[in-house]
Design a protein around this ligand. Structure first.
Ligand code: NAD
Ligand code: DAU
Length: 352
């Protein structure tokens, strides 16, 4: 089995669904179910014995140790985190707790488990830490894309907390030989993304005829990757990555925010020809400390692990919009908070 943390979040639930669609190896899914965790994302797995959901905190050493002992996973994929930059600016505390302290406690519990493994299992064990390109800081328009050797220069409480966790993971390899892998990925988009992030927020607001808030001048650049491409990159890194190595993951797909929002409006107008979504675009005050540009050089993972994204932005954004149009009940449940009640109702069913 493998143990996935944060498997009820956006990337986590896509990863769990994708994994179980490709393999019969079971997953223990440890998730605290913060506001960002949504078990509805995993409703198609209800009754599937390959998925064991456990509500809990990566920082709960006793619980994590007990799960490791009980299920003896061959790998950990650490996706659990507080992930939204704007929330980290309003209240950084949770980011420090989960992303730094939580990762530290998880590493400690995993180390205690790993040292006791038999030599073959011990050698094959992996701790894969999912991180972000934001740890590298901000690029100017003409600078080359981030390589794995780029200096760490995080600018928000979120990216600083992720950078700290990356350093801890690195130190556990260097000091204790724990077989770790770190991936630093660019901006993801796709099904099940909580509508606080740019792409789902714009789709959901547009459908509700609400303003589409563009921070500052809208010329900030992000490098977009369709979420299932991120999932395949994580799988490939787990399979063939070299312990102690880091791998940048990206879509070779840099776009300014305003272009993303205009594309969403244009595509939505194909579905609703009588509506003028472009008129909803509204420039608002900029995000404090807003990073200007991220760009990933993903040549190492392409060359060493033979991984490349399969979606282009044109195909991925169309699929994403179609998914939100087909899942308006999911949107509604997230907006009304009904997804939290659903958790209560279904939790006992999903927990083994
Ligand atoms: P998300 O906010 O959608 O999901 C995070 C999940 O972690 C939620 O289900 C939440 O309940 C869970 N969680 C939070 N604190 C926890 C704790 N203490 N213990 C156990 N579970 C906890 O985030 P996401 O967008 O799916 O991101 C997943 C990971 O990928 C994060 O580590 C993030 O930093 C990283 N990442 C995200 C992106 C992106 O564009 N979304 C890009 C690169 C890297
Ligand atoms: O780069 C990877 C990171 O991408 C991940 O590590 C983070 O977890 C993830 O949240 C994301 O961070 P960003 O800050 O880049 O994503 P967000 O969707 O919040 O914003 C994308 C861009 O859009 C950013 O420049 C801010 C801008 N924006 C965002 C929102 C929510 C707006 O202009 N208006 C908005 O309302």
């Amino acid at each position: 089995m493998i143990l996935v943390t944060g498997g009820a979040g956006f990337i986590g639930s896509n990863f769990v669904l994708d994994w179980l669609a490709q393999s019969n190896e079971g997953i223990i899914n440890l998730d605290k179910l913060t506001y960002a965790g949504n078990l509805q994302n995993l409703s198609s797995l209800t009754g599937d014995p390959r998925h064991i959901f456990v509500q809990g905190d990566i920082g709960d050493t006793q619980l994590v140790s007990q799960l490791l002992e009980q299920y003896q996973p061959r790998a950990i994929i650490n996706l659990a985190a507080e992930s939204h930059v704007d929330r980290s600016i309003l209240g950084p505390e949770d980011f420090i707790q989960t992303n730094i302290l939580g990762t530290f406690r998880l590493l400690e519990a995993v180390r205690a488990y790993w040292v006791e493994l038999e030599s073959d299992t011990k050698q094959d064990f992996r701790f894969l830490h999912v991180s972000t390109d934001e740890v590298y800081g901000s690029l100017t328009l003409n600078e080359p894309a981030f390589t794995e050797e780029h200096r760490y220069q995080p600018n928000s409480p979120y990216s600083a907390s992720k950078a700290s966790s990356d350093h801890l993971v690195r130190a556990y390899h260097h000091t204790y030989d724990l077989p770790v892998l770190t991936t630093n990925c660019s901006n993801n988009y796709g099904p099940f993304q909580f509508p606080e992030k740019l792409i789902p927020l714009m789709i959901v607001n547009a459908l509700a005829d609400k303003a589409l808030p563009i921070y500052g001048d809208g010329q900030q650049i992000r490098d977009w990757l369709y979420v299932t491409d991120h999932c395949s990159a994580i799988r490939r890194t787990l399979e063939a990555g070299i312990p102690g190595e880091t791998y940048n993951i990206g879509g070779w797909n840099e776009k300014p925010n305003i272009e993303i929002v205009q594309t969403i409006c244009t595509l939505l107008e194909e579905f609703y020809p009588d509506r003028a979504f472009h008129n909803l675009v509204t420039y608002v005050k900029d995000r404090p400390g807003h990073d200007r540009r991220y760009a990933i050089n993903a040549l190492r993972i392409e060359r060493d692990l033979n991984w490349k994204p399969t979606e282009t932005f044109a195909t991925g954004i169309r699929k994403t919009i179609q998914w939100y149009l087909d899942n308006q009940q999911w949107i509604n449940d997230v907006q009304t908070g009904a997804y939290r009640e659903w958790i209560e109702k279904n939790y006992t069913e999903l927990e083994q």
